[in-house]
Design a protein around this ligand. Structure first.
Ligand code: ZN
Length: 180
């Protein structure tokens, strides 16, 4: 079946699709190939960092994230550095936030089911605001994928990095963040 992504609709109202189909067509999602529950998150964080740093050479690593030695070295280095500082392996997103904060803020949406997306909840957000945000999508299987553009992903024009709400434009946005 041919799928045409509506220009601004994003995920809103795409009830006829399953999440995998949406992911495949969305330019705002980097699917994590590593489905091992023990190491999926570390692959996701490594991917999000590479994507955020937007190094052209490194973007090739993401395509071959499951087999590329350089990708795996980056992943291992991240985990090794964490272990040196905290004395154990990183397990949760909160662990990686401890390590990457306050430079980065990690945010993860719970996307168990496409039909739930109207009420999609943020299942984790780093406690300290940073404009350098890494976005994750956590599915019902507990595995993470990486998301790059929340507005596009959820089918809006605007995403407020402070209160993490989507909307149509900044003018109609009433920010609930006390920082403004
Ligand atoms: Zn806001």
């Amino acid at each position: 079946m041919k799928f045409i992504m509506p220009r601004t609709r994003g995920l809103r109202g795409r009830f006829e699709l399953d999440l995998e189909t949406y992911y495949k067509h969305s330019k705002s999602v980097v699917r994590i190939k590593n489905h091992n529950p023990d190491t999926n998150l570390s692959s996701a964080v490594t991917t999000a960092l590479i994507k955020f740093q937007n190094n052209q050479a490194d973007s090739k690593l993401i395509l071959r994230q499951d087999t590329n030695a350089k990708f795996q070295l980056k992943q291992r280095t991240l985990n090794d550095q964490f272990k040196v500082r905290f004395g154990h392996d990183p397990i949760t997103l909160g662990d990686y936030q401890m390590f990457l904060g306050p430079e980065y803020q990690l945010i993860s949406w719970d996307v168990r089911d496409l039909r739930d997306l109207e009420d999609t909840v943020i299942e984790y957000k780093g406690p300290i605001f940073s404009p350098n945000q890494l976005y994750f999508l956590r599915g019902g299987d507990g595995l993470y994928n990486v998301m790059t553009k929340p507005a596009a992903f959820f089918g809006y024009k605007y995403f407020c990095i402070r209160c993490l709400e989507t909307g149509w434009n900044i003018k109609s946005h009433h920010c609930e963040s006390m920082c403004d």
